[in-house]
Design a protein around this ligand. Structure first.
Ligand code: TZP
Ligand code: MG
Length: 492
């Protein structure tokens, strides 16, 4: 039986010292799970943990910190797993990372990528830390060997009193949160929590020489302080074990994963795969392209998309002077900000820079991407249009962050349309990319309707861009919600 400690979801007083004490006391694995924490605070906490224990840490978020701290264990909470293509998970696994995930339905085991080493499963008992979070199995549950496609670690409501039940249910291990961080006086040390488990059962291998008796008092001392005030870094709710279709995190777009800022000294090949995941995460999977028609202005179309729940808005103004586009961009920026959405400017690097847009999108006849990069700087996302395989290679060569590949089918939204690709076109291009081992987020565009998404996603594209389908939708909000559901169901 392997025992895993899950961190407190918030930052708590003396946390690093407590974690160090747990490790010194025999803990083999700590999952750092702090939903909604920011990267700087997490980095500070890890920096305060004894480096000897960094290899025993698994990160639930901000995987980009792995390189800096030599961390080789990455956890993919359900939503993150759904937003990460299997080939990337396998790539990370092949590069030497130990990958884990979370499931709440035991049948999901059969659908997990081969890249995972183990999964958390639960809650197996009513949660201690999350009130009202009820168990998903009964007392007579037994995990059959043939069900275990990978190791299954039970989680939820586990403490010393029911650890044996977990063993009887044939789980490979137990993960604990409440028993460690919410207990008052009973658990004075990790070795107590481990109860009668021998060091080997408790996952203690010879690679860490620990004295189970050391520091027993330390935890009890500090645990009394847990009840005390939470640090200013404390934050957020506790939701990464659930899928919340309303949450835009389903459309993975973590702008905080900024790996671009130079490689750390510890950076090596395996971490470059991690950078790739981060690169994909930066690109939201549903792009809205603004349009002006007789019925609607650019800003109204943007408003409609924002209201419907789009978080990636491209301002694409044709046939107007740069000064006019600048005015529209200046109005679009606060609109997007109000909705927590990202603004991308089509065609005009200087406008993108002037309004501090999140990104810039350039067509094949626009300024070359490297030239635009000189204007907008290293941190701005730049997307490039492509119609053929050669275009895609050019865009990768130019350093594009994503590619708008299309058109999928005929559309009136764009003049001078390139030849349509159709589903076969995407299949062919995505296969060629895979054969050449080229990886870049591909956004399909052009005449796309909501019902096209599942089949388009099956070609391996990252996401889709839409304009008229949303503007003309009778229920734009419902359309966007349905699209998000498609992603959850089709992207693992
Ligand atoms: N590039 C290729 S098709 C297109 C662009 C900008 C327009 C997309 O709009 P719609 O209405 O979704 O076809
Ligand atoms: Mg253009």
């Amino acid at each position: 039986m392997e025992l895993i400690a899950i961190s407190h979801p918030d930052f708590i007083p003396n946390e690093a010292e407590r974690i160090n004490a747990l490790f010194r006391d025999g803990l083999q694995r700590l999952h750092i799970r702090k939903p909604h924490c920011n990267v700087a605070d997490l980095s500070q906490l890890i920096g305060e943990i004894d480096p000897a224990f960094h290899t025993n840490i698994a990160l639930h978020s901000h995987h980009e910190l792995a390189a800096e701290f030599g961390i080789k264990r990455l956890h993919f909470p359900e939503k993150l797993r759904q937003g990460t293509p299997d080939f990337m998970l396998e790539k990370l696994s092949n590069a030497g990372f130990t990958l884990s995930t979370s499931i709440h339905d035991i049948d999901a085991l059969t659908q997990l990528s081969k890249g995972f080493d183990y999964t958390l499963f639960g809650p197996v008992f009513d949660s201690i830390s999350k009130e009202g979070y009820q168990r998903v199995i009964n007392d007579d549950f037994y995990l059959k060997e043939e069900q275990k496609t990978i190791k299954v670690i039970a989680i939820g409501g586990i403490d010393h009193s029911n650890l044996n039940k977990i063993k009887q249910m044939n789980f490979d291990g137990a993960a604990m949160l409440g028993a460690i961080w919410h207990s008052d006086s009973f658990f004075k040390s990790f070795s107590k929590i481990a109860g009668g488990l021998s060091p080997r059962q408790n996952g203690l291998d010879s690679d860490l020489n620990v004295d189970l008796k050391s520091d027993q008092n330390f935890i009890s001392d500090s645990s009394s302080k847990i009840a005390g005030g939470l640090s200013p870094r404390q934050n957020g709710s506790d939701s990464d074990l659930d899928i919340d279709l309303k949450s835009d995190q389903n459309l993975i777009s973590d702008s905080s994963s900024k790996i671009a800022g130079g490689l750390s000294p510890r950076q090596n090949r395996s971490y470059s795969d991690l950078n790739l995941i981060s690169d994909f995460k930066k690109i939201t999977k549903l792009h809205f392209i603004s349009n002006q028609t007789l019925e609607i202005s650019h800003l109204d179309s943007i408003n409609l998309a924002l209201e419907a729940g789009c978080k990636w808005i491209q301002l694409r103004v044709k046939d107007q002077d740069e000064s006019e586009v600048l005015q529209i961009a200046k109005s679009a920026k606060p609109l997007c900000e109000n909705y927590g959405a990202k603004l991308i400017i089509n065609d005009f690097p200087n406008i993108a820079k002037a309004v501090s847009a999140h990104g810039l999108h350039l067509g094949l006849n626009d300024m070359p991407i490297p030239e635009a990069r000189n204007i907008v700087g290293d941190n701005m996302i730049i997307g490039g249009t492509a119609n053929t395989f050669e275009d895609i290679l050019l865009r990768i060569e130019e350093g594009a962050n994503y590619i708008g590949l299309g058109p999928f089918r005929f559309t009136k939204t764009k003049q001078n349309l390139s030849p349509t690709l159709g589903l076969e076109g995407y299949r062919d291009l995505m296969q060629r990319l895979a054969q050449e081992k080229k990886e870049i987020p591909i956004i399909a565009i052009g005449g796309i309707l909501p019902d096209d998404i599942p089949t388009l996603l099956s070609t391996g594209i990252h996401g889709v861009a839409m304009s008229s389908a949303l503007i003309q939708s009778k229920e734009p909000r419902e359309t966007v919600q349905n699209l998000k559901k498609y992603y959850v169901e089709n992207c693992r």
